[in-house]
Design a binder for this molecule. Sequence first.
Ligand SMILES: [Zn+2]
Length: 210
Amino acid sequence: MDGLKFYTHGAHLIAEWRGPVIPVGTHIPHGDDGTTYEVVEIRSKGERVVAKVEPHFSPEAEAEIDRTVDLLMGFLEDDDVIEVAMVFDDKGRVIHWHEPRGAHGGAIPDSRDLWDVLWEHRDRLGGVAHTHPWKGDPWPSKTDTTTWRACEKGLGKLLLWPVVTFDQVGYWVFNEVTGEYTPVNPEYLTITLEGIDEIRRKSGYVEEGP
Ligand SMILES: [Zn+2]
């Protein structure tokens, strides 16, 4: 499998390489953590082979993901506050909006959907921002930090976790030395996060007139 690479195309995960066509059902190793991708459809174009693949986890990894999805449920469906979440890439561009129950009528994505988005985009994922829809300090809750840690373990990478209030933004990252989440000075961020105004509006913030 020469030049094996993985990418997403719409909602699908794709593996592409130069070399042999392999049977549907074959597992392709991906990463060092024992994760594999299972081939569900395959096609060859000249010497290039393109396969639609799905992630396949060990039972332990599967159980860990179930726990993470449960935590995401608490993170997203806390009855006290209506939180909006925004998934962004490593350049700070918005990939996905998660809006709470009843925000726009219609079907509301659940926490499994959010996990699938994080997994699907994990290679280019920058982080997840969410709102605390009031004015004040952007401190994360205990549920927030527990969920963040579980997501980072499940994805195998550290992310940026902005907490957005109506007048402040806190940019939180995990500090591997202290084992705690600490705020980063925005001047040191390597990305420019878009969507801050919009996430506030989606959370019910109405700009005061002049
Ligand atoms: Zn929160």
